[in-house]
Design a protein around this ligand. Sequence first.
Ligand code: SAM
Length: 374
Amino acid sequence: MKTELSIQDNTWQLYRYPPEKQHTSLQAWDSADEYLINYLQEQQLLSSRSILVLNDDFGALACVLGDAVTSWYSDSKVAQLALQQNWQRNTDIALPFDITNSLGQLPDTANIAIIKLPKNNGFLVEQLIRLRQVLPDGATVITAGKANQIQKSTLALYEKHLGSTHTSLAVKKSRLIFSQVNKQRQSQSKYPVCWDTESPQLTIYNQANVFSGASLDIGARFMMDHLPDCRDKNVLDLGCGNGVLSAAIARHKPNHLYCVDESASAIASASLTLRHNAPDIPVTFFHSNCLEQAAVPALDLIVCNPPFHQQNTITDHIAWQMFSDAQHALRKGGELRIVGNRHLGYHEKLKRLFGGCKVVASNRKFVILSSTKR
Ligand code: SAM
C-alpha cells in the first residue's frame, strides 16, 4: 500500500482502516483529494477553523488541512477510525475539530464546505440541502470526485438543491465542482422514506445512504425465506442496513436483538424499522466496524448478508473480518448463517474459521451457508 502523501514540502503517513487487512495496491487518498488540497492551498483558502469536511474517505483531507477544519462529517465508522489513527500517526496534538455522524447537526460556523462526492445521489442531495440550510448565502461548496462520476445530471442536482455551479478541468481523471450557496432554493429532504415487504409484511424505513434503500435486496429476500428458529435466542444482525433481516427475525420472538453497522444512516434506519415493526422486542444498536466497537454477550445466532465493497473498491476483507468476529462472539454451539453470491467462495472462509460449513439453501445466484462454533 502506498502510504506517503507529499504535498509541497510536507509528507503525511496515511493508511486505510484497518491497515493490516488492506490490499497492497490500495491507498488512503486519491487524485481527487490531491486536486482539492492543491486548489485550497493555491487559492489560500486555509484560514483557521473555516472548512467543513464531508465524506473524507480515510481522513486524508482532514490530516492535511489540519486546523483549517472546523468540523468533520461522515456516515462511516471505518472513516472515523481511519481519521483518528491517521491523525495520531502524523501529529501529537489532539484532534482540533468535531467529528459528526451524518445525521448529526451540521455547524453553522464554516465559510467553506468541501465534499468528497458520494456514490449515492440520494445521500448527495440530502447533504446539499443540509449545507444550504447551515451555510451563509453565497458561501462556497467545493466537491471533489472522479471525472467519470460527474455527469450533467449530477451538476443539475447541485443547481437544484444548492445554487449556481460549474466544474474545473479534469486533472488525473478527477474534477472539482464549485457551487455558491443560494438560500432562495426551496427543496426539502424526503428522508426517511419507507416501503413494504409482502411476506412477512413489514414496513422498512431508510435514511439516505443505506444499502438497498428503495426495495428489498434479493440476497436478503432469500435469507428471509431461510432463517432458522430464533425464538428466545440472542441474535445479532451483522451489517444490518435498514434492519430488514432484523425485522423478520423479530417475528420469531428472539430474547434480544443486536444490530451492527458501520453506517450511521443504516443504524438510524434499522432503529426506525424495528420501532415500527417490533416495538416489544429488546434491541441494542452498535455503530461499529464489524464487532470491534460492539460489546455483545455470547450469542446464539448471527445472521449476515456481508458487503463486498469498501468505498468504490471490491474487497473480501470485510466479509473475512465479519466471519472471524462472529466466530469469537458466538457461544459454543452458536450458529453463523450467511447469504452471499455463489461466486464469492464464502464456504472456503467459513471452513477455515469454523472447521466446517453446511449449505442451507442455494439458487442460481445465491447460497445460504451455516457454520457452528465448536
Ligand atoms: N442486512 C442488510 C440487508 O440484508 O439488506 C444489509 C446488507 S448489505 C449487503 C451490507 C451492510 O454491511 C451494509 O449495510 C453496510 O453498511 C454494512 N457494512 C459494510 N462494512 C461494514 C463494516 N466494516 N462493519 C459493519 N458493517 C459494515
